[in-house]
Design a protein around this ligand. Structure first.
Ligand code: NAX
Length: 322
């Protein structure tokens, strides 16, 4: 299994790479890791490669570090696009979107030209959904569902917060959905959630949902920064592992997870945006769970986060990245 990880010297990669090397994501297939970094961070990434070697993982065949995307993506069957350009102090959001277009456009083209035919892409670097839209646009000959953005961390955060409220284990809960953007407009939705097979929504206080659960999940990233002093890293890596493992091995029967996919028009979400929707993985492919009834209150929240995605896509289109 040839696996490319960008941002190889970053804090998410420092957790992610070691878990990819253990076999918990790809099963017992031997793994070759390719770390892509900017030139200034190549040496630090080489230090991470040294630590990976020192771990003597039975399944890890090689670790290569490069600042050349074509080399990093050559034959890649999975690509975790983690490295991105953070929003700097005082920077306009549109400028941040454009700065990332300049990263994800060329990386998308390098994937199109060099990666394996069965490539799976998970974009983690923010703004993840719109970065994924840019990558997907560079891969017009491939199944669009092969390019995804990560909302699994938001999904896991929602499961954890709800389990705490209900006094149960996260594994007792199924059918959580996070809709839309990996941003403050995301909509963590408990409407379909089952606890041990029975709906929970009717037992939950509407005020708690509106004033604690939804903003708490959407604001968890900022809360982690405030408390830990740095952004979520190990939990983001863990979510990335969950996403790729379920994609390859399938979602458990009766359950689904949240995945940001290029929209196929389901639930009135326009094509061209990469929006988080409920998904099952069947035969190694993400499939949107269709046919869920959407009430007026849900509709308004979905429309709000999709409107933000549309404005992001418009901004990168205006800048020539789409
Ligand atoms: P770090 O700043 O620790 O690491 C990022 C690394 O990416 C750096 O080593 C940097 O040199 C590298 N990089 C920058 N441009 C690159 C390029 N063009 N090619 C290759 N490497 C490049 O950030 P970290 O905490 O690891 O976070 C990485 C990204 O994940 C950020 O954009 C962050 O906002 C995003 N996140 C996304 C989450 C999600 O749920 N989708 C949650 C966690 C995280 O906030």
């Amino acid at each position: 299994m040839t696996v490319a990880v960008t941002g190889g010297a970053g804090q998410i990669a420092y957790s992610l790479l070691f878990r990819l090397a253990t076999g918990e994501v790809f099963g017992d297939r031997p793994v070759r890791l390719r770390l892509l970094e900017i030139p200034d961070a190549v040496r630090a990434a080489e230090g991470v490669a040294m630590e990976l070697a020192d771990s003597a993982f039975p399944l890890l065949r090689s670790v290569d570090v490069t600042d050349d995307a074509a080399t990093a993506f050559d034959g890649a069957e999975a690509a975790f696009l983690v490295g991105a350009s953070p929003r700097t102090k005082g920077q306009e959001r549109a400028d941040m979107l454009t700065a990332n277009g300049a990263i994800f456009g060329p990386q998308g083209r390098a994937l199109a030209e060099n990666a394996a035919d069965d490539l799976r892409v998970l974009v983690v670097g923010n703004p993840a959904n719109t970065n994924a839209a840019i990558v997907a646009a560079q891969l017009p000959d491939r199944d669009p569902r092969r390019v995804t953005a990560m909302t699994r961390l938001d999904h896991n955060r929602a499961l954890a917060r709800l389990a705490e409220k209900l006094g149960c284990a996260t594994t007792d809960l199924t059918r959580m959905t996070v809709w839309g953007n990996h941003s403050s407009t995301q909509f963590p939705d408990v409407t379909e959630v089952l606890r041990d097979g029975r709906p929970v929504a009717g037992d939950l206080d509407a005020t708690w949902l509106e004033q604690d659960f939804i903003p708490g999940v959407a604001g968890r990233g900022a809360e982690i920064i405030e408390v830990r002093g740095r952004s979520s890293a190990a939990s983001a890596a863990s979510a990335a592992c969950d996403h790729m493992r379920d994609w390859i091995h399938g979602t458990p029967e009766g359950d689904w997870v949240s995945v940001a996919l290029p929209s196929d028009g389901s639930y009135g979400i326009p094509e061209g945006v990469v929006a988080s929707v409920p998904c099952r993985s069947v035969d190694g492919e993400w499939r949107t769970v269709t046919g869920l009834e959407i009430g007026d209150a849900q509709r308004a929240k979905i429309d709000r986060t999709v409107a933000e995605l549309r404005s992001e896509v418009d901004a990168v289109r205006d800048a020539g990245f789409l």
